[in-house]
Design a protein around this ligand. Structure first.
Ligand SMILES: Cc1cc2nc3c(=O)[nH]c(=O)nc-3n(C[C@H](O)[C@H](O)[C@H](O)COP(=O)(O)OP(=O)(O)OC[C@H]3O[C@@H](n4cnc5c(N)ncnc54)[C@H](O)[C@@H]3O)c2cc1C
Length: 423
């Protein structure tokens, strides 16, 4: 049997034992029976976080919306659901999620487990929408984590890196559906961020800056604005020295915009504007690698200037880089724990031999700013360094040991980066 790979194809999972249970009961029996396992989402992580040497379980057959509670403004879903499918159902019922990642193709459980985020000064990451979570723990029993039961344990379990157990159900906050528009500007000078970083990033509901680091310019500014009654406002031709794009653009220079959500200020439903990429098309470039570092927003300009010092090293292996903001949260393993953050993302050419030489240069430059790597992307930061960056790391370890004392859900990634142990 052929070993499976992740979405990008850069990582090969270590076992051919894959299971796709069709019911929670079947899942419980499976969990109780096997000695070691990991759950997989839609395989969009770039590193070994989801891997198992023994058993991999996919919840792709458990992907339904279970209920919408209009009073509490929550939706409860089976954990295998993809955001794209959930968004369609929410929209039909007049609801929206507070934010989305750049792509709707990922599973809700997988995204929450790694603190996946979109952008927006006041938008927390996607996991912060979780109100309750049902998990099959190591002995096959079902445990509910909820705000009502223990806000603290919920905060610890949501960004769980797949280590607490198999998440089977999630209850998420929802909001009334709304329209949005997306406007793109070209060529924003880096220097403009020196005094205007906050103004630029608070000028729309969600803001992204893209650069190929070939110059001290951001090639594109993407503004996603929430529309209320007045849908016809004009943003103008000039935005902090950048100029309005005349046609729709893909963030990666030279790639056509057909895979991207509509731009040019055209109003549309929130689910068709919030992600950069359309559900029915390949997101991003496809053949690529990704890294991302998240740090305190107050260092944003200084840290960007530090990165700019090594931009020649970066540019030659890069497809595109994106800068986004994330609001602080209370989730223990979230890189934005108690810290309004900025995230520096890098989409690399598919050349790990070269990329792994550039990452330490970036990590050195970002070291003074305590940057934390994205849990689901590629990094070379040492386990000791990662552990020192998370105030709640000891509490998270205890939580894992409480619900999984024998390490059924532990893999090499968790042993290395959380427990600092060799397999
Ligand atoms: C093209 C592309 C664009 C991206 N854009 C963004 C972005 O805009 N913002 C961002 O922050 N990240 C982004 N990412 C990263 C991505 O969001 C994360 O890697 C995310 O974890 C992927 O979700 P997944 O469903 O593929 O999970 P997987 O990669 O399959 O798994 C991730 C983790 O979740 C765990 N897990 C999955 N399901 C369960 C479950 N039911 N119970 C317990 N644990 C579970 C796995 O064990 C693993 O530890 C992007 C990735 C790609 C490929």
């Amino acid at each position: 049997m052929v070993l499976k790979r992740n979405w990008a194809g850069n990582f090969q999972y270590s076992t051919t034992n894959w299971y796709e249970p069709e019911s929670v009961k079947e899942l419980q029996q499976l969990v109780a029976r096997v000695k070691k396992l990991r759950v997989i989402g839609t395989r969009h992580s770039f590193n070994s976080i989801a891997d198992s040497n023994e058993n991999m379980i996919s919840l792709q057959k458990l992907g339904k919306v279970l209920s919408i509670d209009p009073e509490k403004e929550t939706v409860t879903v089976e954990a295998g659901i993809k955001y794209g499918d959930l968004c369609q159902v929410l929209q039909q019922h007049g609801y929206a999620l507070h934010n989305l990642a750049s792509l709707p193709h990922i599973s809700v459980a997988g995204a929450c487990a790694t603190a996946t985020h979109g952008s927006g000064n006041r938008n927390q990451n996607l996991a912060s929408a979780v109100r309750a979570m049902e998990v099959i723990t190591a002995d096959g029993s079902i445990v509910t984590f909820s705000k009502e039961k223990s806000q603290d344990e919920l905060n610890g379990a949501v960004v769980g890196l797949g280590g607490i157990g198999v998440v089977t159900k999630l209850t998420l906050d929802i909001h009334p559906s709304h329209q949005m528009r997306q406007d793109v500007y070209e060529n924003l000078p880096l220097e403009q961020l020196k005094h205007d970083f906050d103004a630029i990033f608070s000028s729309a509901y969600s803001v992204s800056l893209f650069t190929d680091w070939r110059d001290e310019f951001f090639n594109q500014v993407w503004l996603k604005s929430k529309l209320t009654d007045d849908q016809s406002f004009s943003l103008g031709e000039d935005f902090y020295g950048s100029s309005a794009a005349k046609e729709e653009l893909h963030p990666v220079p030279g790639v056509g915009a057909e895979n991207c959500t509509a731009q040019l200020g055209v109003a549309g439903d929130w689910l068709d504007r919030m992600p950069h990429f359309r559900m029915d098309f390949t997101p991003s470039k496809g053949k690529e690698l990704q890294s991302e570092y998240i740090l305190d927003r107050k260092y944003a300009y200084k840290a960007l200037c530090a990165i700019s010092e090594i931009r020649e090293h970066i540019a030659q292996h890069l497809l595109i880089s994106e800068v986004r903001t994330i609001a602080e949260d209370e989730l223990w393993m979230s890189p934005s724990y108690k810290q309004d953050s900025v995230a520096f993302h890098f989409t690399w050419q598919d050349n790990w031999a070269e990329v792994q030489k550039v990452l330490p240069l970036i990590e050195d430059k970002l070291e003074p700013f305590q940057a934390k790597p994205h849990w689901g992307k590629l990094f070379t930061t040492s386990p000791a360094r990662i552990q020192s960056l998370y105030e709640k790391m000891p509490a998270f370890r205890e939580l894992l040991l409480k619900y999984d004392p024998d390490g059924k859900f532990r893999n090499e990634f968790l042993n290395t980066f959380i427990f600092n142990e060799e397999m």
